[in-house]
Ligand binder design. Structure first.
Ligand code: APR
Length: 311
């Protein structure tokens, strides 16, 4: 069986790690696509990773390009094209520039890889994945945004650090937009199956929730010139793997709600199943009144950013 083709659209910080992780996990052959001015740069990155494959013990072809025709037949595209944040910026400050970039990318993907599954990472996430869906007109099963996997991964890391337990045994649940209004559902978060609320006093848990909400900003401040890239890339690779291997993993992702959670026509974070059919199902959980209110508040922020796309 021929290997699957995986397009990484945007070959910057996230795109490079995406390419490395995809190769290392032998998900397929990787095409890293960037703007013409960066064509040699992404060719260099792809070649550099390819030259590491003998040591990493993985078989994958990697190439760099600025030509969308090279995406022909891609099974999946992971889109990280666009500006990242600098200190002092909110994700929404990126909107007007990134909506133009995502529009251009979506038009080309529609033309050259019309059957692909697409994972968007560009911020402001919920509005950018909405843009991609609007422009391509792809079915909602084939357009999803990466946010909740990262938000829960951050939360799980902080809990594991605090309790001194394996990150593997911490599970977490989050709903809502990718930003400070996200809604962590603590009553559904566990440590080895034990409710997290029984493992930690409320003030500690509140502090971890607060740190999770601001985790992206914490990294932006430390890096001084860009935003997180290892953890977003790892998160998107988990989603890609679930699709390519039909694992049917359950992840919080930005999916198009059409009635679920009383939300209609917006991309927002909800639990979904990702399998070979793409976003196969949105799982609806019964929320408490407080969680409903928090989700409504998060939806307002998502609605505003979505309206600002002008689409
Ligand atoms: N087509 C393809 N690539 C593009 C386009 C385009 N139209 N416009 C910009 N790019 C490329 C840039 O040339 C750059 O190489 O996107 C890449 C972005 O890389 P970085 O600047 O290193 O940003 P990164 O940290 O990878 O983040 C990208 O993902 O999580 C989000 O907030 C983050 O919006 C940001 C995006």
């Amino acid at each position: 069986m021929a290997r699957k083709k995986i397009g990484m659209i945007g070959g910057g910080q996230i795109g490079g790690i995406l390419a490395l992780l995809a190769a290392q996990r032998e998900l397929g052959d990787v095409v890293v696509l960037d703007i013409p001015e960066k064509e040699n740069f992404v060719k260099g990155k792809a070649l550099d990773i390819m030259e590491a494959t003998p040591i990493l013990r993985c078989d994958a072809n990697l190439s760099g390009t600025s030509n969308y025709e090279d995406l022909k037949g891609a099974a999946i595209n992971i889109i990280s094209a666009g500006l990242p944040r600098k200190p002092g910026m909110t994700r929404e400050d990126l909107l007007s520039t990134n909506v133009k970039i995502i529009t251009a990318v979506a038009e080309q993907i529609k033309k050259h890889a019309p059957d692909s599954f697409n994972i968007v990472l560009t911020n402001p996430l919920d509005a950018m994945v909405y843009t991609f869906k609007k422009i391509t007109g792809f079915p909602k099963e084939r357009v999803v945004g990466m946010a909740g996997v990262l938000d829960t991964s951050r939360f799980r890391s902080f809990v594991a650090m605090e309790l001194g337990v394996s990150v593997e045994d911490v599970s977490a649940s989050v709903l809502g937009g990718h930003g400070p209004t996200m809604v962590p559902i603590l009553r559904l978060s566990t440590v080895g199956g034990i409710p997290i609320t029984e493992m930690m006093p409320k003030d500690k848990l509140d502090a971890i929730v607060d740190r999770t909400r601001k985790a992206g900003t914490e990294i932006v401040k430390l890096l001084e010139n860009g935003s997180a890239f290892f953890s977003p890339a790892a998160s998107a690779i988990a989603m890609a793997e679930s699709y390519l291997k039909d694992k049917r993993r359950v992840f919080p992702c930005a999916a198009l709600c059409e009635g679920e959670y009383g939300i209609d026509g917006y991309y927002i974070g909800v639990p979904v199943i990702i399998g070979s059919g793409g976003v196969e199902k949105i799982l609806e959980i019964k929320l408490t009144d407080e969680e409903k209110a928090q989700l409504a508040n998060s939806l307002e922020a998502v609605k505003k950013a979505t309206a600002d796309t002008g689409l």
